[in-house]
Design a protein around this ligand. Structure first.
Ligand SMILES: C[S@@+](CC[C@H](N)C(=O)[O-])C[C@H]1O[C@@H](n2cnc3c(N)ncnc32)[C@H](O)[C@@H]1O
Length: 198
C-alpha cells in the first residue's frame, strides 16, 4: 500500500523537513548520530544530514527510498538509507544520539508500542527521542494521517510509554501544516522530546 502511494514523481510530504524537526533538532548534539525511522521520501533525513548530523534512515517502501536517495544526491548529502520492515529492524545494532519518528502512526497500538520500545533501545544513555504525530481529533480534520483515532497520540499515552525517560517537551496543539499534498491544512498535532536517562 505505502509503496504504491509513493509511485508518482512528486514528493507526497514535500522535500522540506517537518516544522517540528526544524524547531527541535537544535537539541541534538552537533554532528551526532541520528536514526530516522519510517523516513519515507527523505525530507527529514536529508535536511538533518545537511545540518551536519550523521544520519541513518530506514523505510519499508522501495519507491520512497528511491526518491529519498535522489533527494540526498540533489542536495549533495550522504545518508545511510536502509530498505527494511520496521518489525525486523535491529534496534540494538548501534547506539544513536537521537532517534526520530515523524508521522509513523501506520500500525495498530500494540505494534506502535513495540516500535516505541525499539526506538528507546536504539538510543545511547542521554540520547534524545523526537516523536511527532497526530492527536485523535485529527480524524475529523481530513488533512492526513490514519482514519483510526486509536492509532493517534495523546499526552497521557506518551507520558505513560516514556515514564522511564525525562520528558523535555510534550505538547498537544493545532497548527496549519504545509508538508506536501499528503499533509496540508489544519492539523491536530502532538510533539514529544524525551531523553533516555544517562
Ligand atoms: C506518513 S509516512 C511518513 C514518512 C516520513 N516520516 C515523513 O514524515 O515524511 C509513513 C511511512 O511509514 C512507512 N512504513 C509503513 N509501514 C512500514 C513498515 N512496516 N516498515 C517500515 N516502514 C513502514 C511508509 O513507507 C511511509 O514512508
Amino acid at each position: 500500500m505505502w509503496n504504491r502511494r509513493f509511485a508518482g514523481e512528486d514528493y507526497l510530504y514535500g522535500t522540506e523537513p517537518a516544522a517540528f524537526l526544524r524547531r527541535e533538532a537544535g537539541r541534538i548534539a552537533p554532528g551526532g548520530r541520528v536514526l530516522s525511522v519510517a523516513e519515507g521520501e527523505g525530507r527529514n533525513a536529508v535536511w538533518l544530514a545537511a545540518q551536519g548530523f550523521e544520519v541513518t534512515a530506514m523505510d519499508g517502501a522501495p519507491n520512497a527510498l528511491a526518491k529519498a536517495r535522489r533527494l540526498a544526491a540533489a542536495r549533495g548529502v550522504t545518508v545511510d538509507f536502509h530498505l527494511a520492515d520496521i518489525a525486523l529492524w535491529d534496534w540494538e545494532a548501534a547506539p544513536f544520539d537521537a532517534v526520530i519518528g515523524i508521522f509513523i502512526q501506520f500500525a495498530p497500538r500494540a505494534v506502535q508500542d513495540r516500535i516505541m520500545a525499539g526506538m528507546k533501545r536504539a538510543l545511547r544513555p542521554g540520547g534524545l527521542l523526537l516523536l511527532h504525530g497526530f492527536a485523535p481529533r485529527q480524524v475529523g480534520y481530513g488533512t492526513g494521517g490514519p482514519p483510526d483515532p486509536d492509532q493517534m497520540y495523546t499526552e497521557a499515552l506518551l507520558r505513560d510509554r516514556f515514564a522511564d525517560f525525562e520528558i523535555l517537551e510534550l505538547r498537544d496543539y493545532d497548527a496549519e501544516i504545509a508538508e506536501g499534498p499528503g499533509h496540508s491544512g489544519r492539523a491536530a498535532l502532538v510533539d514529544l522530546v524525551a531523553r533516555r536517562p544517562a
